[in-house]
Write a protein that binds this ligand. Sequence first.
Ligand SMILES: Cc1ncc(COP(=O)(O)O)c(C=O)c1O
Length: 370
Amino acid sequence: MPTAEHCNLRIPGPTPLPPEVQEATSRQMINHRGAEFATLLREVIAGLAPIFQTTGDILLFAASGTGGMEAAVANTVSPGDKVLAVSIGAFGDRFAEIAAAYGANVVKLSVPWGQAAEPEAILWELQAHPDCRVMLVTQNETSTGVTNDIAAIGSALRTLGDRAPLFVVDAISALASIEMNMDGWGCDIVVAASQKGLMSPPGLALVAVGPRVWPYVEQCKSPRFYFDFAAARRYLAEGSTPATPAVSLVYAMHRALGLLAAEGLEQVYARHRRLAAKTRQGLKDLGFSLLADEQYASDSVTAAYLPAGVDGAAWFKKLRQEYGIVLGSGQGPLKGKIFRVAHIGYVTESDIDHVLAALQAMLHVNPSVA
Ligand SMILES: Cc1ncc(COP(=O)(O)O)c(C=O)c1O
């Protein structure tokens, strides 16, 4: 059986690390209050700015992506505030749950899984609830492999002028694989994480904060300390973080950003588009049915239904043991019904060929399992 080290890890995060990034994680520690770290942090922020496409503040927290989502809520939502949570799957539901945990009055727009949110439906909800202060949207819903059109949602919001709520976007499984244009599309907060398109280990949450957010932060009554945006911004101005940063992860991301810049962002997005199309076509050619409405199909992850009558656990185990392939399973109501092939981050044509060939072999060699 292939060791974990030699597997084709095709889950939607953590994604495989390029060797240069792996090496960067093992560097010696430095003084996190010293000049070297300040330079490192500034270079990381400068490398991230064109990926978010923002001139706003980019704050780093040692946390998983969920920590970044919680930070976005804790700094903008006071108990009793009305929040529109647009959910197209498991991670949209999570954002709604976080807002509820902070005492928000959550209005939820739930879209059937596999579909994207229509900007008109969002506008309709906001017209019905003009007192919504904050709106939470997922750019790429990892549980279903569907991408919302954040540009179109941003345009719709602009028609509301000053009455538009803060536009908070979870781009955790999109950033650096699917374009984000935070300033151009009118997003106010964009949350991302290190372990997906950014080809780094898990543990860094990145929260980009636009100018419209700061008055909300000042007024926000929700308790926060570690995740306080104002403190993070104050320290960032000095090239540091309020608490000890995850130095190894910052080193790793610095190296990964270098690799992304060398490839060129347009090429990075084109590679993801190409591999996503290849995955969808390959799965369809093998007879699998895709979950997502193809019009909104994700460039970072593809979900397909398991063949009828298949024992999902045995199927995933066989793929791992005999072919060295690790795929994502279904979440929530899709558990045991689907599999997900991630094509995000450090991934090439041959990784996808390997998956498709193994699935073909599973279907033909042992139809009782496949
Ligand atoms: C779209 C989306 N949001 C949120 C999360 C949660 O991130 P984390 O597991 O890093 O907390 C994930 C993780 O897969 C995700 O894909």
